[in-house]
Structures are given as C-alpha cells and as structure tokens.
Design a protein around this ligand. Structure first.
Ligand code: FES
Length: 572
C-alpha cells in the first residue's frame, strides 16, 4: 500500500503525520483508525480531498448543505480521490451577536488550521452566508494548498400579494413602510413569512452574492458558479464538478496564493464595481488580499471606479433578483462585457487563465434587462467610491449607486449619536431636533468599539421624518452596512471614533460636507478645534475582555486593512 504521489511526496493519509517519534508507526496507527470507518484498501491509498463543511442549526442559508456535500463527494470519488468532510465554525448572519464580522477572523483561523493540520491534498470550501466565504478564502490563502470555493447559491424569491419578495432588500423596504405607518402589524407579520422561503443566501446582490462573484472573479471558484440558485439542479452539478476539479488540482502548484495576485484582486474590484456590489466586499477583499501579502489601495479603487461601468440591474440598487441574474447569463456574461478592462493572464482553478476561460467556452446571450452591455451601461462609472477628507483621513466607502443622487454633493448640519445605545434611545424621540437636510452621524461603531463594527451604518430615518415621507438622508459612521441596504450612507470611516479618529470630534450642530465629485468627506471645523476636542474626549476601553474577545480587541485592524488580525496578514 502506498501513500505517496507522483512526486514521491507523502499524499493522502501519509500527509502531516501525528508526531509519536516514529513515522511508520504514526501511519500504521492512522490507517488502522481510518479502517474503523470502513474504508477499503483502495480508498485508503487515494489522495484526499477535504471538504470544509459549514452546516449549522444557526445558519438557515446553509440548510441544503447535506445534499451539496453528497454531490461534492460524488465528484471526488468519480475522479479517484477520497472525500473527507470536516466541520468548521459556521456564521449565520442574523444569529450572531454583536455581529458576525467579529467572528470572521475566528472562522478563518479554524479553516486555516484544520486544512493545515489534517491530511488533505486539496480542499473544497463549502460556504455561502456573508462572512463564511471571506473566512474560508482567507483561511485557504493562508493554508495555501489547492482549493476550490463552492458557494451555497442564492435563495429564490417569495411572493406577497402578487409581488416578489427577496431577503433582505425587501425586508428593509417593508420595515421602512411599517416605521412610517404606511402598513400595520398584521401586514408586516404576513410579509415576514414570505421574505426568506428557500435554502440559500440572500436573494439580492448583497454581501453573500457579491462575495460569490468575488470568489469566481479571483479565479478560486468554477466558471459561472457564483449565481446558480441554491435549489437549482445546476448547483448540485456544480458541486460535483467542484469535487472533480479538487482532485484535478492535487499535486499542482495552483494554490490560492498563486491565484490571488495584485491583478486578480483588481479583477475582483472591477467586478464589485460593475455589480454595484456590497460595500462589505471591499473590506473582505482587503482581508483576503492581505493574506497573500497584497495591500488593497482605496486610491486604486477610485481609479478603477472611474473606468468601470455599472452593468447589473439587481436589488438593492436595481429591480431584479439573483435568480434573474443567473437566468440572464450570470457572472460569465459580466466578465465578457468587462473583458477589455480585466487582467486576462490571471490563473484560475480550472488551470486556465481568465482569458482562456472566456475564450474556451461559448458565450451565452445575456438578457440586457438584467446585464447591460458595456456599450449601454447603467452608469459609466463604478457603483462604489472611496472618500477621504478631514472626517476620514484613512478613507471611507460610499455606494454611490445606491444613494439619492441629490445628496452626492451635500452640506448639512450634523446630528450626532455617540454610539448605538444613544442612537436607539433618541432616533425616534419626537423632540429630536432633526430636519431632512441634516447629516446623521453615528460614532463608536467601528472595529475596535464594543459593538465590533456592526451593520448599523444604515441609520434609520427618524420616525418623525419618515412619517413626513423622507426616504433618504446623508448618514455617516465607522460602522458597516448590509449589502442588501441602500441609501446615501458613508461607511467604514477610518480611523474609527473609538481609537480617536476625527469622527469622534463631530458634534451636533457642526457642518459636514460630502462631495463625491471630489471624493471628499469633511468636517467643517477648524483643524485646531478638532485636535482640541479629540484631546479632551473621554477614552473608550478597547482592550480587556477574555478569550476570543481579548484576542479580537488586541489585534483587529482598521477597515482599510479589512479588519483582519495583524498577526494573520501575510508579510511580504
Ligand atoms: Fe445568509 Fe443573507 S443571511 S446571506
């Protein structure tokens, strides 16, 4: 019986032996225990494909994973490998407190360590819900054995009174109507039952769908795999193909760090911009790139945004849902339209370059109602921009495609909330002094804050204004926003207020100016006054805690570096 590959390197169960001081004994013992699982001699000598598996009773988006897992295994077995699944932490977006982002790095460490510590020759990463794919990609880049990302796929839409509903843009839309008094308790309860009706990730171009497209654009997922609905038979065929491909990658040097390069990161940025994708994707891509020793530059993001058209008409910015995107041609159709702008020499898990991938497969005619031609874009410039200025010297992000265009050049009076508790206490106070032209500011909701950068940047429109029909206001914070949300919302302000960024100096009554044309966000207060306010502010405890909370508070980086831990980034 042999557990070596063609290069005479240990393979399968002979990889990474447990250390007993006797390698032959370690292999003998391992195989005897593997036999207890009923594997035949033929299986025991096969190369192993690990399947990084993330089902959880706390993750509705992954509830179909048992079926997907079987399909991956089928592909691995058919191609001559031995599939062995292993569990890692699963992050169900809405079941975690204070916010799933806090645990993304923990999951990435779990992924990296379990890939590295267990004997596998390649790995299929089975993830989907918002933070799971970034965590798996971060971990896989660090572990750096051949890897194929397989995503959950999006949910199908539900129906309510003849209207299509999809999590979670429509969740927010109906909640805003409820807050404004347009609909009542009975109706919001009926809507609740129709928003998320199948397995899979959110039905719009939210964070999960954007990250699925990022995985494919980076070259780490199979062609045209990002948008297949979770319940579609093609999703199972894609799972089988991913298993097969993971066997094909064994022994090759096509590892994630060869695939994640400066050029493939730029391709992924172009895709995010063309999709008007989630602002969270910028943060996650920075973290993934950081694991490969690549710094994602927000200035470069702005350069790319100037020359990348928005092509995709999907909620939360447009009208359609992920199932429409898949039917309209999916990411493949977008990549073909972007082709002149992409680095076509980037390698993909198929073993082809991106250019070869696009040339080697027939183009499917895209539905122009959902995926526009580059010659007829929804917008000639990208959906997201980075902003800099006296309020955000390290940068901030705005999804301009989701904003009220009248607010893109705006100056207004600040109405400041010192944190999430303050926001909850006062936002609906009938006596709150606030007008539609004011700028809502939320402080102390960044990565080092006690709330660990939640998706609270989509500050609710104060009830008294919502009832007057106000739908959007300029909002600014160091928090994040759900990829399914929309509005004129400046996010990820860096450095954050909790560590003394200028956002902490803002006071109610100050003037704030947003100028998207100049890429600026400024607190119109004298520099000396800002410095003096910051010197006088009471500091917020950013260390302390225990266990993972302690580790997180000690080591989390700012948003411009993807909120990864400093010790996990690859030092070039
Ligand atoms: Fe899982 Fe939206 S809640 S993707």
């Amino acid at each position: 019986m042999s557990n070596v590959n063609a290069g005479n390197r240990p393979s399968g169960f002979a990889r990474g032996l447990t250390n007993y001081g006797d390698r032959d004994f370690a292999l003998y013992l391992r195989r005897s225990f593997a036999r207890s699982m009923g594997y035949s001699d033929e299986m025991l000598v096969r190369p192993i494909v690990g399947i990084c598996h993330t089902p959880s009773g706390f993750n509705n988006c992954h509830r179909h994973f048992p079926e997907l897992l079987e399909a991956v295994k089928r592909g691995v077995l058919a191609a001559g490998g031995l599939p062995l699944e292993f569990p890692v932490i699963s992050l169900g977006e809405v079941f975690l407190s204070p916010t799933s982002l806090k645990f993304r790095n923990l999951m990435s460490m779990d992924v990296e360590e379990m890939i590295s510590a267990q004997p596998m020759d390649s790995v299929v990463l089975l993830g989907g819900c918002d933070k799971t794919v970034p965590a798996q990609l971060m971990g896989a880049v660090s572990a750096d054995i051949p890897a194929v990302q397989l995503v959950a796929g999006p949910m199908m839409t539900g129906r309510y009174k003849g209207e299509r509903l999809g999590a979670c843009t429509d969740c927010r839309r109906f909640w805003a109507r409820y807050r404004s008094g347009e609909i009542g308790q009975a109706e919001i309860a009926a809507v609740e039952g129709n928003l998320a009706t199948t397995a899979g990730t959110c039905a719009v171009m939210g964070t999960a769908s954007t990250m699925a497209c990022v995985a494919e654009a980076l070259g780490l997922a199979l062609p045209d795999s990002a948008a297949i609905p979770a319940v579609h038979a093609d999703r199972l065929r894609c799972a089988e193909a991913s298993g097969r491909r993971a066997v094909g990658l064994i022994g090759s040097d096509l590892t994630p760090r060869r695939i994640v390069t400066e050029h493939s990161v730029e391709n992924a940025l172009r895709v995010i911009l063309a999709l008007s994708g989630s602002t969270n994707a910028i943060l996650h891509l920075a973290a993934i790139a950081g694991r490969a020793g690549i710094a994602l530059s927000l200035e470069r993001l702005n350069e790319l945004s100037e020359t990348t058209p928005v092509l995709v008409d999907l909620k939360p910015v447009g009208d359609n849902y992920m199932e429409d995107f898949h039917a309209a041609g999916g990411l493949d159709a977008v990549l073909r339209q972007l082709k002149p702008l992409l680095h076509l020499d980037c390698m993909t898990v198929t073993g082809e370059t991106l250019g070869q991938r696009l040339e080697g497969r027939p183009a499917i005619a895209a539905d122009p109602r959902v995926i526009h031609a580059a010659s007829d874009p929804i917008s000639p410039v990208g959906g997201l921009v980075a902003l800099f200025g006296s309020l955000a010297p390290g940068g901030a992000i705005l999804k301009r495609a989701a904003a009220d265009q009248r607010l893109l050049e705006h100056e207004g009076r600040a109405v400041v909330f010192a944190g999430l508790d303050d926001l909850a206490r006062r936002i609906d106070d009938p006596d709150l002094d606030v007008e539609p032209d004011d700028v809502l500011v939320l402080q102390n909701a960044g990565p080092r804050s006690p709330s660990s950068m939640p998706e609270a940047g989509y500050l609710p429109i104060p009830k008294k204004l919502a009832r007057r029909g106000v739908k959007d206001m300029l909002r600014i914070s160091d928090a994040r926003m759900s990829g399914t949300a929309f509005g004129t919302v400046v996010l990820h302000v860096t450095p954050e207020a909790t560590i003394g960024g200028p956002l902490a100096a803002a006071r109610t009554g100050d003037r704030i100016r947003l100028s998207v044309s100049r890429r600026r966000i400024d607190l119109l207060v004298d520099e000396g006054e800002i410095a003096s306010r910051l010197a006088q502010r009471s500091t917020i405890e950013t260390v302390g805690g225990r266990g993972y909370d302690w580790l997180y508070r000690q080591h989390v980086l700012q948003a411009d570096q993807g909120c990864d831990f400093d010790f996990l980034q690859q030092r070039s």
